[in-house]
Design a protein around this ligand. Structure first.
Ligand code: Q46
Ligand code: ZN
Ligand code: ZN
Length: 313
């Protein structure tokens, strides 16, 4: 097996690209795929002030590393979710990476700041943990990005994540979600710009990138993810991909090129008016935002007493 570029011994074969790469050219390949995504979807300018949502896992640490290698100015944001030992350990990976690469890591602890953790929030709201977790993370991402004056929030969603979400949204014809499924979500009043530069790279490529460049990342999956439908969609897509390499990428890329604009136009016509949350000011369809309602339920406090701090880095 020889590297497609230098003909030296290859380290990895990428069936969907019909190519093998040595370590050096694989690293360049991954970084160039990120560069292409940034350019193709006009994600941000070279001088943008970037905030990367960092979980301690391979994808978020890899994209932080790649942006740094490509010369961008990117801080990390780690959110302590209070998910048993998993959160404690993942925080260590995020902190160690930041120290090793002399990067700035902003930390927000859900319990310290708002008075509850993800398992408590899920129980109180009678929601599955991922729902309470996702809602909390989105709220804190928005808040820290806006308050910190960042131009853009980067998340580490990779091709497999996007394909699984697209698969689920398509299976249930969630047209409102399909309308928003794009590697760039433009900034709106109260919401920062959000982008996904790993859209062209899959899980195996990201894991290999971390190994090759020496990124130490959290290997364990979140214990709350067990039985998650998202994981079942990933398994189904991997089965299809193993027989027909490239199917996942074609599914996502052709959706973005051909179908996404149709759903986006339809959604614009039936757009819901948003107003500031009566408590925290985040835009919401009416009254209190979902995060403030979750916080009130999880802490058992009346909404007026729910913490509403201005987060700063
Ligand atoms: S951390 Fe949170 Fe994930 Fe764990 S509870 Fe679900 S959403 S699985 S990315
Ligand atoms: Zn090579
Ligand atoms: Zn609110």
């Amino acid at each position: 097996m020889k590297c497609r570029v230098c003909r030296g011994a290859a380290l990895i074969d990428l069936r969907r690209h019909n190519a093998n790469f040595c370590a050096d050219h694989f690293v360049r390949f991954v970084q160039s795929q990120v560069g292409k995504a940034i350019h193709e979807f006009k994600m941000f300018d070279p001088e943008a002030k970037i905030l990367v949502a960092v979980s301690g896992g391979k994808d978020s640490l890899a994209i932080w590393h790649i942006l740094n290698e490509l010369g961008y100015d990117a801080d990390g944001l780690y959110i302590g979710l209070g998910i048993t030992d998993y959160s404690d350990t993942s925080a260590v990976f995020a902190r160690d990476f930041a120290v090793a690469h002399s990067l700035n890591l902003v930390e927000v602890d859900l319990d310290d700041t708002y008075g509850f953790n993800v398992p408590q929030g899920a129980r109180a709201a009678k929601r599955v943990p991922c729902s309470a977790c996702g809602m909390s993370k989105r709220h804190i991402f928005d808040r820290v990005a806006l308050d910190g004056g960042y131009d853009v929030l980067v998340t580490g969603h990779n091709l497999d994540d996007e394909a699984a979400v697209l698969f689920g949204n398509t299976m249930h014809w969630q047209t409102d979600y399909l309308a928003r499924q794009h590697p760039v979500l433009e900034a709106r009043e109260g919401f920062p710009r959000k982008v996904k530069p790993l859209i062209r790279l899959d899980e195996r490529e990201m894991a290999a990138y971390c190994v090759v460049v020496g990124i130490d990342y959290m290997l364990d999956e979140c214990p709350m993810a067990a039985g998650n439908t998202h994981l079942r969609y990933k398994d189904a897509l991997n089965l299809i991909e193993s027989g027909s390499p490239g199917t996942k990428a074609a599914f996502v890329q052709k959706f973005l090129a051909q179908a996404a604009p149709i759903f986006a136009d339809a959604a614009q016509e039936s757009g819901v008016e948003l107003a500031p949350c009566e408590h925290c000011g985040a835009l919401t369809p009416s009254g209190l935002c979902a995060f403030c309602r979750l916080t009130a339920r999880a802490t058992g406090q009346p909404v007026e007493l729910v913490p509403n701090p201005r987060l700063t880095s």
